[in-house]
Design a protein around this ligand. Structure first.
Ligand code: GLP
Length: 320
């Protein structure tokens, strides 16, 4: 895990956009996984800016969004289709036929889930998946209790998620109760994960997700096990994090924050007892075998770190 702590939301957005743009430059026909929600709005704004400056070209990029309400019309003001076109797609030169979201109007949601999962597979798999985290620890719309080996599926949204979404709808009864989401296995099969968290309201859930046990009760906790995870959190969201490798770090709250710009504890994973193994050959430990049959996907490189999930690299970036 690489943890990047930024001074504020704007720097988080620039850092995230730089990583995504870097991925596109490295592989112009890459497959991006994208998220809706307030958190990535600044990232999308930065990507549009980079495109306008001619610094990145999306003409061959393919995209798959994490989720969509069900049922919902694509042009509904609160649909994720509409959100993505407003915040990103209309400002970059992605081709319409390369944009994919679950169809909120599909007559048979089960069939739509299978179609969507197959489309991701057929694309060659997601190279970089952008994730936010819900206050209850959900990723995509994988609510607490979701099976860790789930693929794209129809979900009943948790009561707290419906409540959190109510602010976007005119009437409480208009808030969707169902959604189609990539499953946790779908997410974990992506080659790289980029998790964003901003604001004090995400402090507790980020700490639980990154430093607590990996458990279906906190779906975001599973990202700890991904071999290529980058987390970008602004100071407010990082304020609940206690550990940085083996070094306890306090950011804000009771202790002095390390100065922005400091790079610290690179590769703490080795000293924390991780062993390098080859997927499928080494024993990744009973927990992984029993509870997380997700690292056997076709998209994860063969060399992965097995062992206690742990922060391997942390850095602070920022201008102040
Ligand atoms: C929604 C989305 C998630 C998103 C989460 C957090 O439920 N389905 O993909 O990550 O909310 O949203 P926000 O970024 O607005 O806090």
């Amino acid at each position: 895990m690489e943890l990047i702590i930024t001074a504020d939301y704007d720097e988080l957005s620039r850092a995230a956009a730089d990583i995504i743009a870097g991925c596109v430059r490295e592989r112009p026909d890459c497959v991006l996984g994208l998220a809706a929600g307030a958190t990535p709005v600044g990232t999308y704004r930065e990507l549009v800016r980079l495109r306008q400056q001619g610094k990145v070209d999306f003409c061959r990029v393919r995209t798959f969004n994490l989720d969509e309400y069900y049922p919902i019309e694509p042009d509904h003001p609160q649909s994720y289709h509409r959100f993505m076109w407003e915040h990103l797609f209309s400002g970059i030169n992605v081709r319409r036929e390369n944009v994919h979201l679950p169809r909120g109007t599909a007559p048979d949601p089960g069939e739509e889930c299978r179609r969507y999962e197959a489309a991701i597979e057929d694309s060659g798999g997601i190279d970089l998946l952008l994730l936010g985290v819900g206050a209850n620890g959900h990723i995509g719309f994988n609510e607490p209790g979701t099976r860790l080996d789930s693929t794209t599926h129809l979900v009943q949204l948790a009561r707290e998620t419906v409540a959190a979404n109510a602010r976007f709808f005119d009437r409480p009864e208009d808030v969707p109760r169902l959604a189609i989401t990539m499953g946790i296995k779908t997410i974990m099969r992506s080659r790289r994960l980029l998790l964003l968290a901003s604001g004090a309201s995400k402090g507790a859930v980020l700490a639980t997700a990154l430093e607590g046990p990996v458990t279906p009760g906190v779906p975001a906790s599973v990202v700890q096990l991904h071999p290529f995870l980058t987390v970008i959190a602004d100071r407010a969201a990082a304020s609940g994090l206690q550990t940085e490798g083996r070094q306890p770090v306090r950011l804000g709250g009771g202790g002095a924050a390390p100065p922005i710009g400091t790079r610290c504890a690179a590769d703490a994973g080795r000293s924390a007892g991780l062993t390098r193994g080859r997927r499928g050959r080494a024993d990744p430990g009973a927990w992984l075998q029993v509870h997380l049959p997700v690292l056997d996907g076709p998209h994860v490189d063969t060399d992965v770190w097995f062992g206690t999930p742990c922060l391997t690299k942390a850095r602070l970036v920022g201008s102040t």
